[in-house]
Design a protein. Sequence first.
Length: 118
Amino acid sequence: QVQLVESGGGLVQAGGSLRLSCAASGTVFRINTMGWFRQAPEKQRELVTSITSAGSTNYADSVKGRFTISRDNAKNTVFLQMNTLKPGDTAVYYCYAYAESGGWRNYWGQGTQVTVSA
C-alpha cells in the first residue's frame, strides 16, 4: 500500500504565498503522475495541477502563472508552490499519486486546508 502525507497548508492573506508538500511512503514500486486536487465548500473537487515522472506538467487555467508544481522522484515527493493567492483559492487541497503497489491505482492524501483571507 501507499500512504500520502501532506503538509504546508494554513491561513494567508490575499497576495501571499504557501508551499504544500506531499510525500509518498509504504510499498511503492513506481509512481507515474502526482498532483493536487482541491475542493471548496459546496463545490466539486477539481484538478489543480499534475506532473508526470518525466516532468510534464498540467495546470488549471485558474492557477496558471501563479502556482508551480515540482517533484523529487528520488524522495517520492511532490510540491506545490502557490503565489499571489486569492480568496477563491480557499479549499482543502488533496495530493494524489498514480502508483504501483501490487497493481496500479490512484492514492489520495488526507487533505490540507488552505484559507486565503481578503
